[in-house]
Design a protein around this ligand. Structure first.
Ligand code: 26W
Length: 835
């Protein structure tokens, strides 16, 4: 028996924030909502009704705690951080909120008495998929950590009526349909009509000469929009805090034009409302690719303007008028604003405009305030993801903001740039906030860096590349401004809630609450070689794999064996993430098995989950190819089920929560220098999956934590990729010199995987050859295949593999988003917990 360490020295329990609400209380609350809110629907499938009643019952408790939190934070005059993000990938909330309130078990008991399984009811909830991928999910994890650490924080975003599209496959092709999370309303949101905001846009600016010789700019807006806030409570884990995520819905300033209506022009009477609603209608599904659409620009301005007005209103309610100079230092002491990438950059110009035009603060003080409150996080180096909005669009939609932008740029070039690079037009051109050219554009990232007091990347290598390659001159200008905060994940959702069997084993094995002190997981390391513990740990992995085989069968009809290696690649579909490298290796494995069905390899199931941006053709080709190749392999009896490939449709947070606990292998195979950090890598390793990956993003820091014996690293390093680009990369060489690569690629030209349609998969081959293989797939193929060979033989030794799996779980403490938040608090926000 594995003895619990140092039982006698058990630490005194912290004052439990656990809700002492009894099973009876919970039943009564659920019954109340069934009867009075739901009106007792006696429909056949009662699950949706009991899910909603349970959620509403819980939300009552939560909203109460939200109010007490607000009162305490005001009481403590705690500095607040305002997280501005166009995306929040929240997933489902019932299970998370129950775990964080410590009410999961009691609610489970209450529902069992009513004849329902809580785990089943949790399946009824729609994901709040108000994001695309990593950036949106990171925002969600950060909100969980901020509330768990009792910090005063407010998330600001857009109340999209439709989140990220629903993905389904038709004959292997990705089909998108609208997300309907709000079809029947969400039990987790509270409409805050009283905090609605009205914001101006379009129109023109009139410069009016003032008596003191200065000119005042008066913006005559062409249109007004109304922002209606919906608050989604953010429940801290075992803490005193429930913060809010405030999402702005857009409505017309006036819902109805009576004159048009009275003249029978009913459609146009409503036109204003329709136009306004489109602003918060849908999330743009582009990940890492700036589409540059006007509506996206208006979305960004809309939520930034509503949020800035709300931040000022909250401040003035507590500390007095911002127009009074005595309150300026207080504003900087009590308010921090974090820009989650460049998408909320306009908030800078909006705060400047508001302070100067609405609160009569002079330019220099307004600018001083902005520099103290704003900070910016960069999440990508991909050139196509860096936002540049045309000056013409700015002129038309936000003419006043443009005049402010010009003045910031002038001061920056004439003071900061001139100081370091006197009379250097080239440097002025390169650093200017305006990119000259046939169409003048605004470099949003430059405005963020020039304004913010701190700029951070999201993993050490990424932050180094931001300094060296993206903003080298800015690093010279302000040597202490650029910093790093390595990403993290919340262990509440990504272990305690999604892997209850492992959570229970950890509770039994580790002292204290690992879900709040993830570094305590390192206590597991001493059991890594312990046969008994290994057996328990791997039995849990096997249990989770059995559960996933059922989900796979339901979703794809494919039968897989839980004894096979579950090899997982789950993330957005993008060339730099190299799902097509994984696919090329699968084709090679299949070919080897056809050549020798007795090939000594561990049976393997390759599991894919990935959405492609609707306009990203090659990404969709890679999905189609993977599905067609999977179909062929999964039905090829000659290979004796040694290889299975499944592409699970509609990958999202709630599906990730099912896949991750069952994963043996975590595919983190991006081209070095392209994946800023990754966070899926952390979730999979924390749940005992062993990583096969490149030295990219946070993979490097994961390898540092787990040790080179417990990870499979392959491929070119960042510097080697740069050297290859410098000397000129010729992918055809690998095609000519590597017979296996050539055979596999040539196979794609045939109709082997697409009977009767030869060449249907040739687009994938072409991207490697004619397309120049920009992400060096062919260059990394052989070392990747070799790493998989090593992985296969490691898996044969179940003791060795169990040790690796346990050490990955044990040594993930660093990647707790609580640690990331504490880094932001220490280096950027300077907050104190409000308890
Ligand atoms: C303009 C369109 C657009 C939309 C989203 C461009 C860029 C984005 C995001 C920045 C893309 C994103 O999600 N980046 C991911 O952010 C994660 C959180 O920091 C990182 O872990 C991932 O490496 C990074 O790809």
């Amino acid at each position: 028996m594995v003895s619990k360490t140092k039982a006698s020295t058990k630490k005194p329990a912290v004052k439990s924030n656990k809700q002492s609400i009894t099973v009876a209380d919970i039943s009564q609350r659920i019954e109340h909502h069934l009867q009075f809110t739901m009106g007792e629907q006696s429909s056949a499938n009662q699950k949706p009704a009991y899910w909603r009643a349970t959620s509403l019952a819980l939300n009552d408790i939560i909203v109460e705690k939200l109010q007490s939190t607000k009162a305490r934070q005001n009481q403590n005059e705690a500095k607040s951080v305002n997280y501005l993000s166009l995306e929040y990938l929240m997933g489902r909330l019932l299970s998370n909120n129950l775990h964080n309130l410590g009410l999961y078990t009691n609610t489970e008991k209450a529902l069992q008495k009513m004849g329902f399984e809580l785990a089943d009811l949790c399946e009824e909830g729609a994901d709040l998929a108000l994001g695309n991928g990593g950036l949106g999910r990171l925002a969600a994890c950060f909100l969980d950590s901020l509330a768990t650490l009792d910090y005063n924080a407010m998330g600001y975003g857009v109340h999209y009526q439709h989140g990220l599209f629903k993905q389904s496959f038709v004959d292997g092709h990705q089909i998108e349909t609208p997300d309907m999370w709000r079809e029947f309303g969400s039990p987790w949101e509270v409409c805050r009509l009283e905090s609605s905001q009205t914001i101006p846009l379009y129109g023109h600016v009139e410069e009016i000469a003032q008596a003191d010789g200065t000119t005042a700019s008066v913006w005559h807006a062409g249109k007004m929009l109304k922002g209606v806030p919906w608050d989604v409570p953010i429940v801290g884990y075992n803490s005193q805090t429930v913060n809010a995520l405030r999402l702005w819905e857009c409505r017309a300033d006036s819902a109805f034009d009576w004159d048009l209506f009275n003249n029978g022009d009913y459609l146009n009477a409503h036109q204003q409302q329709v136009a306004a609603e489109t602003v918060s209608k849908v999330l743009y599904p582009n990940d890492e690719h700036d589409a540059g659409k006007e509506l996206r620009f208006v979305q960004q301005y809309f939520f930034c303007a509503c949020s800035v007005q709300d931040i000022i209103a909250r401040f003035e309610n507590q500390y007095g008028l911002i127009s009074e100079s005595k309150n300026w230092p207080t504003f900087c002491e009590k308010v921090a604003i974090q820009l989650n990438d460049t998408h909320p950059t306009i908030a800078i110009l909006e705060l400047m405009r508001t302070l100067i035009d609405n609160h009569n603060i002079d330019w220099d003080n307004a600018w001083g305030i902005c520099q103290k409150v704003f900070a910016y996080t960069n999440h990508t180096l991909l050139p196509e993801a860096l936002e540049k909005w045309s000056v013409a669009l700015f002129e038309r939609v936000l003419p006043r903001h443009l005049t402010i932008l010009y003045r910031i740029n002038e001061a920056f070039l004439n003071n900061d740039v001139e100081a370091l690079w006197p009379n250097n037009d080239d440097m002025r051109r390169r650093l200017s906030l305006i990119e000259e050219g046939h169409e003048r554009k605004v470099r949003m990232a430059h405005l963020c860096v020039v304004t913010s007091h701190k700029v951070n990347g999201v993993a050490q290598i990424h932050s180094d590349l931001v300094k060296q390659d993206l903003f080298p001159e800015f690093d010279q200008l302000w040597p202490t401004k650029l910093t790093n905060v390595t990403n993290g994940i919340t262990p509440r959702r990504w272990l305690k809630a999604c892997n209850p069997l492992l959570a229970e084993l950890l509770d039994k094995t580790i002292d204290g609450d690992w879900a709040k002190d993830l570094n305590s997981l390192s206590e597991l390391a001493k059991f890594a070689d312990d046969a008994t513990f290994q057996k328990k740990f791997m039995a849990i992995k096997h249990q989770n794999k059995i559960a996933l085989t059922k989900e796979i069968k339901t979703l794809t009809g494919v039968t897989v064996s839980p004894d096979a290696i579950f090899d997982v690649q789950i993330k957005r579909l993008h060339e730099y993430k190299r799902q097509h490298l994984n696919l090329l290796h699968i084709i090679a494995l299949y070919r080897r098995l056809l050549a020798n069905p007795e090939l000594d390899m561990q049976p393997r199931v390759f599991i894919f989950g990935a959405k492609a941006a609707p306009g990203y053709e090659l990404a969709k080709e890679i999905i189609y190819a993977t599905n067609k190749i999977a179909e062929k392999i999964n039905n090829d009896v000659r290979i004796q089920d040694k290889l299975k490939v499944v592409f699970l449709p509609n990958y999202r947070v709630s599906l990730a929560e099912k896949i991750i606990p069952a994963a043996d292998v975590s595919e983190q195979i991006s081209t070095a220098g392209k994946e800023a950090s990754g966070t899926g890598n952390m979730k999979l390793a924390l749940n005992g999956a062993v990583t096969i990956g490149t030295l990219d993003g946070a993979n490097i820091e994961i390898a540092e934590e787990v040790g080179d014996d417990n990870i499979f690293i392959f491929g070119l390093t960042v510097d080697e990729v740069k050297a290859l680009d410098a000397q000129g990369y010729n992918s055809a060489e690998y095609y000519e010199n590597n017979a296996e690569i050539r055979a596999c690629l040539d196979w794609l030209d045939t109709d082997y995987f697409t009977p009767g349609n030869p060449g249907e998969l040739s687009a994938v081959k072409r991207c490697f050859l004619e397309g120049g293989d920009p992400y060096k797939v062919l260059a990394d193929f052989q070392t990747y295949a070799n790493a998989h060979q090593a992985l296969d033989s490691a898996y044969k030794n179940q003791q060795q593999w169990a040790k690796m799996a346990i050490l990955n779980t044990a040594l993930m403490g660093k990647f707790n988003s609580d640690r990331s938040i504490e880094d932001y608090v220490q280096n950027i926000w300077n907050l104190t917990p409000s308890v």
